[in-house]
Every structure is written in structure tokens, then in C-alpha cells.
Design a protein. Structure first.
Length: 318
């Protein structure tokens, strides 16, 4: 009889663990609306030890990203948990840097390709030390010469794309990683003010137009653009975006002109609508936003990065 009770207790415990895993996993996966994003934050804040049931082994996945703050100061930052965008680590200062687009290429997360708005050249930034290598001049085309560079987005196969605008028309280019030389693909139609671009590994490209305040679908072969829909906030100044291949979601490192703050937003690629995920530390304006490897959260919900060493948190919104 005692054996039966013990076995029965073990079975109940296993079922309980499976149920809790399912509920927490669901809350962390369904982050495409504001309520489930808040749920994921609540789970992280509470921690396992504060739940009613002691759970010995729970794992949930989230993504991490880098960015370069261009206002109010300039620095490379690392965001360990994309759903807690108000918490980041300072990697290295980048004084005087006005980088208006950046991304990783060839799955190399140690160095980021960036474009300088001030000097119009392609650069390579060491994401550990902050060291910068100037590669070469990026040439604008046509009437866009009156404007400037606005974005970069790269792929694991070595392709790098760039965008530019003069507020009347926008252009798409490919970029030579060795020389910085650009090859125009064409004008991005139906999008006069593309402020940044992002591409998926399936070759679907998106852009944000700050004149239309809309999400744009862009053909990377022809540069033809199609308005998806409004992003439901007043975008202005520098913006950035990247597609997270882990979660298959599009995120915006936005600057909201109405609230006067830098914000992390999650975009619906079918409608264009965005949801607020969080506010960047000190309301900072972030560009060169790019995802890296995924993080696995363990039973204690302490970040364990698969490749990048986790750095101490030194900036956090109260």
C-alpha cells in the first residue's frame, strides 16, 4: 500500500510539472500581444522560487540582441532578454558615432557592419572591444544623393543590403563587404521615407516609412514596395528593426516622437500594427539593432547565453 501511495504521488507530481511547463511555455511563446508580453515579464520577475509549486527543471527560450545608442550618448549595448528591453549591458563607448544601420553577416556575431550617416562609409565594429575598421565609401545614387543612408540588413549567406532616402523617394542597394561599394537595385516604390530595413532568411524584406508611419513589404530583387499597414505610433528620428529567426517575429527599435522615448516594439507583418514591448533605458534612441543567438532560461530564470558570455547588468530602468 505504501508503494502504491508513493507511485501515485510521483505520477501526480509528473503531471503537475508537465502542466506548469505547458502554461509557462505558452505565456512565453505567445508574445505577439501586449498581455502575453506582460505575462512573460511577470514570470521572469516572480522566479520559480516564489511560485506555489517547486519546479526542479523548467526551460524557456528568449532572444538576445545588440544595439548602438546614438542619443543621448553613444555606446554599444547588449540586451540579454528581448522581452526585458529596459535592461541592458554596456559593451563599449562609441563617441561621435552616428551609425544609422547595422547588422551581422555570415552568422558572425563578433563584428557588426554599420553605415556612418556623417561620413557615408561602411565600417566594421568589434562588438567586444568597440574597435572600428573603416572599409570604404558607400555611394548613393540618383536623387537620393540629396538624402542619406538609413539602414543595413544582412543574411547568413554574406549578402548585405542598404537603404537610403531623401524624404521624397527611397532606394535599395547591395553592399560589397570588402570595399563598401554599393550596387543600386532600384527605387523602393510606394515608400518615400524608408528609415530602416530588415530581411528574413526566406528573403522577405520589410521597411518602416516615417512619412507614412507604415510597415512596407519590399521585394529585395526589384525593390518594389507595398504598404502593409500603419504601425500605430508617430515614428521620427532614427529607427531600426530586425527579424528574429528564433521566434519568427519582427521587432522595431523605435523612437516614438509623441512620447519622446526609445521603444522596443513587436510588429505584425500581416497588418503593420505594432505592440509596445518595453522602453529603452533612459529613453535612449537605439540604432544598429540586431539579434544574435537565443538564450535559454533555466529553473532559476538566470540568463545562460549559448555562445556569448553573459555580462553583468549595469543599466536598468527603475
Amino acid at each position: 500500500m505504501q508503494k502504491i501511495k508513493i507511485i501515485g504521488g510521483v505520477v501526480i507530481l509528473i503531471l503537475l510539472l508537465l502542466y506548469c511547463n505547458k502554461k509557462i511555455g505558452k505565456a512565453l511563446e505567445e508574445t505577439n500581444d501586449e498581455y502575453s508580453i506582460e505575462a512573460a515579464k511577470t514570470i521572469h520577475t516572480l522566479g520559480i522560487s516564489q511560485t506555489e509549486i517547486a519546479i526542479s527543471s523548467i526551460e524557456a527560450e528568449t532572444s538576445s540582441a545588440y544595439g548602438i545608442v546614438i542619443w543621448k550618448d553613444q555606446k554599444i549595448v547588449y540586451i540579454p532578454n528581448i522581452n526585458l528591453s529596459e535592461v541592458w549591458n554596456i559593451i563599449a563607448p562609441q563617441p561621435g558615432s552616428m551609425y544609422v544601420g547595422g547588422d551581422f553577416v555570415n552568422n558572425d556575431y563578433s563584428k557588426m557592419y554599420v553605415v556612418s550617416y556623417t561620413f557615408g562609409d561602411l565600417r566594421l565594429v568589434d562588438m567586444k572591444t568597440g574597435g572600428v575598421t573603416i572599409i570604404g565609401k558607400m555611394q548613393l545614387t540618383g536623387d537620393s544623393e540629396l538624402g542619406g543612408w538609413t539602414g543595413l540588413t544582412g543574411l547568413s549567406n554574406g549578402l548585405l543590403y542598404a537603404s537610403s532616402t531623401n524624404i521624397n523617394e527611397s532606394y535599395l542597394y547591395t553592399v560589397n563587404l570588402t570595399t563598401g561599394a554599393t550596387t543600386p537595385i532600384g527605387e523602393i516604390t510606394n515608400a518615400p521615407c524608408i528609415i530602416d530595413i530588415a530581411i528574413t532568411e526566406a528573403y522577405q524584406m520589410y521597411g518602416v516609412d516615417i512619412c507614412l508611419d507604415s510597415l512596407i513589404s519590399i521585394n529585395p530583387i526589384t525593390a518594389s514596395g507595398k504598404v502593409i499597414g500603419p504601425i500605430n505610433f508617430n515614428a521620427n528620428h532614427a529607427q531600426d528593426m530586425d527579424y528574429d529567426e528564433n521566434s519568427k517575429r519582427l521587432y522595431l527599435a523605435a523612437y516614438n516622437n509623441d512620447t519622446g522615448r526609445g521603444e522596443m516594439r513587436l510588429a505584425n507583418v500581416d497588418t503593420g500594427m505594432t505592440n509596445l514591448v518595453g522602453v529603452f533605458y533612459n529613453n535612449d534612441e537605439v540604432d544598429c539593432f540586431a539579434f544574435t543567438e537565443k538564450i535559454i532560461y533555466s529553473e532559476t530564470f538566470l540568463p545562460m547565453v549559448e555562445k556569448n558570455p553573459f555580462l553583468p547588468i549595469i543599466e536598468k530602468n527603475p
